[in-house]
Design a binder for this molecule. Sequence first.
Ligand SMILES: NC(=O)C1=CN([C@@H]2O[C@H](COP(=O)(O)OP(=O)(O)OC[C@H]3O[C@@H](n4cnc5c(N)ncnc54)[C@H](OP(=O)(O)O)[C@@H]3O)[C@@H](O)[C@H]2O)C=CC1
Ligand SMILES: O=C1O[C@H](COP(=O)(O)O)[C@@H](O)[C@H](O)[C@H]1O
Length: 490
Amino acid sequence: MGSANQTETTIILFGATGDLAVRKLYPALYQLYKKQNDVERFAIIGTGRRAYDHETYRAVVKESIKAEGVEADDFLKRFFFYSIDVENVEAYKGLGELANKVDKDFNLSGNRMFYLALAPNFFGTVTTHLKESGLTNTSGWKRLVIEKPFGHNLSSAQKLNQEINHVFDEQEIYRIDHYLGKEMVQNIQVIRFANPLFESIWNNRYISNIQITSSETLGVGERAGYYDRTGALMDMVQNHILQMTALTAMEPPSRLETEDIRDEKVKVLRSIRPVTIESVKEDIIKAQYKSGILENGEQVKGYRDEDNIKENSQTDTFVAAKLYIDNFRWAGVPFYIRTGKRLKVKSTQIVIQFKDAPLNPYLDQQPNRLVIHVQPDEGLSLILNAKKIGESQETMPIKLDFCHNCTNELGTSDAYERLIHDCMRGDSTNFTRWDEVALSWQYVDSIIKAWDEAKAPLDYYEAGTRGPKAADELLAKNHFHWWPITTVEH
Ligand SMILES: NC(=O)C1=CN([C@@H]2O[C@H](COP(=O)(O)OP(=O)(O)OC[C@H]3O[C@@H](n4cnc5c(N)ncnc54)[C@H](OP(=O)(O)O)[C@@H]3O)[C@@H](O)[C@H]2O)C=CC1
Ligand SMILES: O=C1O[C@H](COP(=O)(O)O)[C@@H](O)[C@H](O)[C@H]1O
């Protein structure tokens, strides 16, 4: 039996010819291969239905990494292809034989990572067949990496979880939320807990509201079939936005151990105030984009005119919400979240707005803010007040910027690169545990139910804008406004 922290790995990748593998996973693996000495020993068996041979597959991988030379050749020689229809249990036998051969040839200690980059309806079937065909019966460790979406509501997620639990223990399951692999999302806990300056005021006495935005300029793209059944609430809020909320709001973990951090996130998710028919109407907005003009001048279609979208689709491509975390630290502090497609800018940022000082004599000041820039620029801005130059006593806002991805010559690693490496090392901290997934679905299900019962109307916004007016009104009710998306200067 291999030890759990051995990094040598055979990666058996289901969905090896798909969009995610080609756009994200191969470039991430190549970067990992180039940078990390401890992951020199790995090999990949890609699978799909098409009848590729190893060379055709290597050409696909090569095209995706856009690299030439000896280094690329050494990388590519680790790739093998096995053609399989995942529903055919008989076909797994040959996959097992290839896995044994690759394991032996590359001396990979029987360690196996099964990566499911497939349509979610196959997740349960593949896991079951892996066991039935003996592929999980290996001499080393076995781990399951599972892409999103993990179910489409709480009950389907529970069913899927039961299926995979027949084959893998919870510690062997790595549920991907790629936001947890982003540099600045991982930095949230360091910024909070390694700086007494912030930690001491990170509560309802000093913070007036928190704004979490993840906006995209892209439309629904090639994923219409999936997206039209899903929408922004399930696609982005259920996972990425709630994970960022949990990291921003959680209590300090007693140790920096995987389960301690996850326990603290779970407590936050459990403390989110339940949604009611009344509150959903007031606090949660759903909208869909109409045609419009993007910042670059491109005229784009409305959502319902996109290919493969129903002409009367009611799917939300934008969601904004106010939520409360009903615990001692956050009582009374609104958390505003928003996410949408075809908006003005591509950006993810978290703004912590502090309360004004009591009896403040400077009336013209702006509130202090800490901005965590998650992407595209990675860094921090702190907005303070200072005296305007000269005789006057007027104030002016000053901005202290730290750009995280400007000073690092190599740039920061891609999220998938970190997460694959974490899985090889057996570190599941930045993957979601089952109870986090369940609580997130419980919250999202309650919104969908309340929307239905309240017959909540769908709002609209022009593509290329900041979203519907209703999202601004949501904050205006509490005398706040969304802080503009800013960049870090360097
Ligand atoms: N694309 C993205 O940006 C993101 C994707 N995801 C998730 O990743 C997963 C994959 O998405 P994506 O790459 O876009 O999907 P694609 O539709 O592009 O690819 C699907 C893959 O599955 C394979 N496949 C389909 N049916 C079978 C079958 N019966 N037996 C064997 N293989 C099969 C296809 O290979 P072949 O055609 O050769 O059979 C192909 O490699 C999904 O769960 C998605 O939600 C998550 C986040 C982002
Ligand atoms: O999970 C998803 O995330 C992407 C946005 O990811 P980002 O890293 O580019 O911010 C989103 O486009 C997609 O719809 C969703 O499934």
